[in-house]
Design a protein around this ligand. Sequence first.
Ligand code: 5GP
Ligand code: MG
Length: 177
Amino acid sequence: MEIKFMIKTLYSKDVIAVRVDELAKEISAHYGDSRPLIVALLNGAVLFAADLVRSLDIEIMFDTLGVSSYENDCQTGKIDFRTRLKINPAGRDVLVIDDILDTGFTLSKVADYFIASGASSVKTCVLLDKNLEGVKKPVKADWTGFECDNLYVVGYGLDSNELYRNLPYIGVIDTSI
Ligand code: 5GP
Ligand code: MG
């Protein structure tokens, strides 16, 4: 794909796979036989969640939730729930999976939503947590894959105007080319 030469790799396919396995071990050990409800936030977390849940060695339930707080690579300041859950989270241990924690706005709103829905517990897992240098975030994920620099990243589910989600690695668009 010609695209490869425009994107500078930050996390390779292999590096991501190793970290996803580590997270899966920790998450499996935490939940044991409690059958958590794992909810992947659409669309960005789909690839990460697909790999993560397949590495778990516990029974889980799986659902997705369409959430959006960004348009044209800019935060809109509000969150939209674009789909509905299939599984009722009330009384369940919910683990929310997202691709990246930036300001933390999305994940804090989603966690509030699950608490208000009567979940027994709500935990969060993100592949990336952006270092915003001194900015205090409203939420910290319970499990984080990598802490990354404050750059706009794409690949492995993350898009730029809906492109690049299918890249097997994560990188930054190299504008110098
Ligand atoms: P937050 O609400 O934490 O500021 O933003 C979280 C959401 O914004 C993520 O779920 C993701 O969809 C999007 N986002 C934040 N930073 C990036 C980025 O660097 N690249 C991409 N593709 N999406 C991002
Ligand atoms: Mg997202």
